[in-house]
Ligand binder design. Structure first.
Ligand code: ZN
Length: 245
């Protein structure tokens, strides 16, 4: 049997401490709920790391052992140290998978890897629901999904989403207020695979949803597949492979 995929589930873990409405949904933090859901899947081992741990829980040793990192942040993006962001970026370029969740669109690491503002439209309304349409049914991240799935409560994120054109677009969301959003986007950066996934507003129980867990599990497996030993061929190459004269 192949070795288990090593996942580090990174959580900012601030809303859960300061907002009662969030604590009610995620008493031990949403990172623990995501890690538990991933640990229930065959061939995946998930651990957690949070902002307030030394080096945000993302030491060289932790990242070296991580095949896929998931990232949820919102109110404290600015507190993430630049040196840690650079460290994560380097690991992605070397082949680590990265799954950026919901408000992680404004994280330093996502902006750095995209090179754009990653800005969007948003609205939080208790009656808003969403339908996520699969736009790439043969993609591994869509494995086991129907033509669409719905979430009864989710924050609206709307276009224009200021990202580079995704290398593959797996999901597009419709919101009941009328907007649409590219909600499941794949990118390749260096040797690493990146997936942005829109659902996950902190006051809704999104990370308990069966289809959301399915997407996360598929995304972990897809992103881990990019995590191969790095073989590079950069620089001056004076000796050709074939004889030229
Ligand atoms: Zn939100």
């Amino acid at each position: 049997m192949a070795d288990a995929i090593q996942v580090t589930v990174w959580g900012e873990f601030r809303h859960e401490k300061s907002h009662e409405a969030v604590r009610k949904v995620y008493p031990d933090g949403m990172h623990t709920v995501i890690a538990k859901a991933l640990n229930a899947q065959e061939g995946i081992k998930a651990k957690t790391a949070t902002l307030d741990e030394p080096e945000h829980g993302l030491t060289e040793a932790v990242l070296k052992k991580t095949d896929v990192l998931t990232w949820w942040g919102h109110m404290a993006h600015g507190e993430v140290k630049d040196e840690i962001v650079t460290r994560v970026q380097q690991r992605v370029l070397d082949g680590m998978g990265l799954i950026v969740l919901h408000s992680g669109h404004f994280s330093k690491i996502f902006q750095k890897l995209m090179g754009t503002s990653c800005n969007l439209m948003w609205r939080e309304h208790e009656k808003e629901h969403t339908r996520l349409w699969v736009t790439a049914p043969s993609h591994p991240i869509a494995n086991g999904l129907g033509p669409y799935f719905e979430l009864p409560h989710e924050e609206m994120y709307g276009e224009f989403f200021d990202i580079p054109a995704p290398d593959e677009l797996v999901l597009v969301s419709w919101f009941s207020g009328g907007e649409i959003f590219r909600s499941g986007c794949c990118f390749n950066r260096g040797h690493g695979r990146i997936f942005y996934f829109q659902p996950g507003h902190e006051t809704f129980p999104t990370y308990y949803d069966e289809n959301v867990i399915k997407v996360l599990t598929n995304a972990v497996r897809w992103a881990a597949a990019g995590c191969c030993p790095v073989v590079r061929g950069f620089g001056h190459r004076p000796v050709p492979m074939e004889k030229l004269d």
